[in-house]
Design a protein around this ligand. Structure first.
Ligand code: ADP
Length: 624
């Protein structure tokens, strides 16, 4: 038995059953109501309450109409009076129905607006998320889960949750009314109905509990599925997919995921199907017992035909509300899990949690000190940065070199506050960076990363990261000129107002890799921060642009602290100090001459590169 239990546990873990926090249902509901009120205002609660009340009152009043007719006919009133009373009853009933329709539609609209509003909150949370969490697999999983509360249409997530709670409340109220009526007529009949309905409810909840783990598995599979969809539909990977015949790989992955979706759906529907079968059997037994008992009562002359029909009507009403309660409770439990995931996502590491101190000397050249800094990526077995200590003096120009995978980009991300050290500390002018406001801290850095990437906004907005009306045109021009992009922009019909890419504006233009890199440079220049970090800024520039960039490097970083990562070792001669990184450690440091004299890894790398160029030159001259 033990191994069976163990296997089940492992299966459950593999399905991803433990990725979600369970919040108390009431707490989730309070949160959802809070969002409703925040989005639309307190009046929504009256709309919701009125909708619930009338949802019970209207059918009850309609059911009571025949009894009212019988009562009035036997009351001895004048026919005119009876007519007037009945007309008044029917008109009041219609008015109530109309009001209920209005309240129901209004509440529906308000739930929709609440969902959209919560979607905006979700985006804000994601945008404010610290990068490390955002980038990690766990973070992405939580975001995927949180999205489910908002972006699966009207019938799933927050909108359905609020709807199911109202429906459940109406069902409880309806059941209470019918239970009182049945209890007054016959307490045993009430007990019978309650027992049978309780059993049906139990079966449903058992099935529901079993299906939970498949929802988490669905989310995991969906995350991978979304990734594949994105890659297939985005032009970026389109070339490689076609040139390297990768469609077979994609097709196989899609097939595997389809099978996984089918497996999850089959398991979920199996849970639901068995619950429905048991529900049918129990409901049939309940109704059979009820009818047998009523027929027996009539046969013994204890009740007349009118009472028999009344009992049947009331029992039918009771069963209707009971089914509604079961459906709504199931809905509440199901949608509550979306709320759990949403709240989990909303709690993911926000950058400004706990406030954070201000940078003591913003805008001035800084000293950056790393003390025994180690860093490990989530899910990796080893540290990428090992116990690294380093001081970069104010205004110093550092070149960071080393083989691929040495940890240079990771170090840069640590320094500019995108990652937090796993161990050790980073100081900015002696201030512990972990205590600083991350947004303020990052204002001190202008970084150009290896991966060049522009948003589908106008070119000027891409450079300045400001709205059109807030752009300093003179400064924009100056930065575009320094980045050698001004002339190219002047050739464009709408100049800096030209949209990049064609996602937003069909007349947008696509820049080449080199032009994009210049754009990123212009962006860093416009930001004008006291620390400049350039991670392979010349990787896709042509030799002329590359040489011009080196010439300008000093001017760009004048009076600034800078870190320059480059594979072109000749470019590092401009720097005050060169750091050679290997496997997450700085293994050599000094200026170019010192490192060449040392005859270490830097010198070896430099010679290898120089040799390559010399051989090329020799070949061109026809020498051997
Ligand atoms: P470099 O810039 O020197 O080429 P990186 O800092 O990019 O090196 O990468 C250093 C190591 O960290 C590599 O082994 C890489 O596999 C690993 N790494 C980089 N990014 C991630 C990530 N997001 N998750 C896990 N490991 C990563």
């Amino acid at each position: 038995m033990a191994w069976k239990k163990e296997k089940k546990k492992r299966e459950k873990a593999a399905e991803g059953g433990a990725v979600r926090t369970h919040y108390p249902l009431w707490d989730n509901y309070r949160e959802a109501l809070g969002c409703l009120v925040a989005e639309i205002g307190g009046k929504s609660l009256w709309v919701m309450g009125g909708d619930i009340l009338l949802a019970v009152l209207c059918p009850f009043a309609a059911m009571a109409l025949p009894s009212a007719v019988v009562y009035l006919l036997g009351s001895g009133w004048e026919p005119g009076m009876i007519f007037l009373a009945l007309a008044g009853y029917v008109m009041a009933l219609q008015a109530l129905n109309l009001l209920q329709g209005y309240l129901n539609a209004t509440y529906y609209k308000r739930r929709f607006v609440t969902r959209i509003g919560m979607g905006v909150q979700l985006f804000k949370t994601i945008l404010g998320m610290d990068f490390e969490t955002f980038e990690s697999r766990k973070g992405q999983e939580k975001i995927e889960g949180g999205k489910g509360n908002i972006y699966r249409g009207n019938d799933e997530g927050i909108e359905a949750f609020l709807g199911a709670v109202s429906g459940g409340a109406a069902a409880c109220l309806g059941l209470a009314v019918y239970s009182i009526v049945i209890g007054l007529l016959n307490p045993w009949a009430l007990l019978l109905l309650l027992l049978a309905s309780g059993a049906v409810m139990g079966v449903h909840f058992y099935a529901d509990k079993r299906s939970v783990r498949y929802e988490d598995a669905y989310i995991k599979n969906n995350q991978s599925y979304n990734y594949l969809k994105r890659e297939v539909m985005a032009p970026a990977g389109g070339k490689d997919i076609r040139l390297y015949r990768m469609w077979n790989w994609f097709q196989r992955e899609f097939e595997t995921m389809k099978e996984e979706f089918a497996r999850i759906a089959a398991k979920q529907s199996k849970c639901g199907n068995s619950a429905h079968i048991v529900e049918s059997v129990l409901s049939f037994a309940r109704d059979l017992l009820m009818y047998v008992w009523l027929i027996d009562q009539m046969a013994q002359g204890r009740i007349d035909l009118a009472a028999f029909l009344l009992y049947v009507g009331i029992a039918g009403g009771f069963n209707g509300w009971m089914s509604s309660l079961i459906q709504n409770l199931k809905g509440i439990l199901y949608q509550n899990r979306h709320m759990d995931r949403y709240r989990d996502c909303m709690k993911l590491g926000q950058e400004e949690e706990g406030g954070g101190q201000a940078v003591s000397s913003p805008g001035r050249s800084h000293e950056i000190r790393l003390e025994h800094v180690s860093f490990r990526y989530e899910g990796n077995e080893e540290d990428t940065i090992h116990d690294l200590s380093l001081t970069i003096r104010p205004g110093e120009k550092i070149a960071l070199v080393g083989m691929n995978g040495a940890g240079k980009s990771t170090l840069v991300k640590l320094v500019c506050g995108l990652y937090q050290p796993s161990r050790g500390k980073i100081y900015l002018d002696g201030q512990d960076v972990s205590k600083l406001s991350r947004r303020e801290y990052r204002r001190e850095f202008a970084v150009v990363f290896q991966e060049v990437f522009a948003f589908s906004f106008p070119l000027g907005e891409n450079v300045t990261c400001r709205r059109e009306e807030d752009i300093n045109r003179e400064r924009l021009k100056e930065c575009l000129q320094k980045a050698d992009l001004w002339e190219r922009v002047q050739e464009m019909e709408k100049q800096e107002h030209t949209y990049l890419n064609k996602d937003v504006d069909a007349s947008g233009i696509n820049l080449s890799g080199g032009e994009l890199q210049k754009l990123m440079l212009a962006r860093a220049l416009y930001k004008d921060s006291p620390v400049v970090i350039l991670d392979e800024p010349t990787a896709v520039l042509d030799p002329i642009a590359e040489s011009s960039m080196y010439d300008k490097y000093y001017e760009m970083t004048r009076e600034k602290t800078s870190i320059f990562i480059s594979h072109r070792l000749s470019s590092t001669k401009f720097c005050d100090r060169i750091l050679y990184m290997d496997k997450g450690r700085i293994t050599e440091e000094g200026n170019h001459v010192q490192l060449m004299e040392k005859q270490g890894a830097y010198a070896y790398m430099f010679h290898t590169q120089a040799q390559y160029y010399q051989e090329d030159e020799k070949k061109e001259k026809g020498e051997n």
